[in-house]
Design a protein around this ligand. Sequence first.
Ligand code: SLL
Length: 162
Amino acid sequence: GKRVKGVQIFRPFVYGTTAQPFDEKTNPKPPGIPDDHTHSWTVFVKGIDDVDITYWLRRVQFKLHESIPNHVRMIEGEKGKPFQIHETGWGEFEIAIKLYYVPESAEKPQTLYHHLRLHPYGRTEAEKEAMRLNGNQVISWAYEEQIFNEPYEPFYEILTSG
Ligand code: SLL
């Protein structure tokens, strides 16, 4: 196949974690969760404002801490839905997020790293007050742009026909 010369396509996305302490009122602990688990949390990759990204991103592998059962998880893309995992636990750690692109792209997988944040270290009092109003959620999100450099023609069609 031929590449489209001199063209770069950018596709924005967001990835990160959202954590929330267990609390009787705002986030009750479901039955069966171990006693030492203090938080529920989510790790995700998604489009800005939940716009679909599965036309370029096929699947995402999340590598969690080894203390978590079945710690390597592959999530297949579903149109318009975030790639995500919900878990519970007690500790922070680094998550490896491996992006697998659609086959038409001929791109190799790429890995991002994200620190799961459970605790609001370093936040200002105003930020902590805002968090209290929001169920004490600890939000740690990052904006990223995927660059496709001189994409193959059929993939260029896919990228630009949305
Ligand atoms: C450390 N940062 O380096 C810590 C590790 C591991 C967190 C934190 C286990 C959850 C489960 C969990 O929260 N692990 O048991 O499913 O030692």
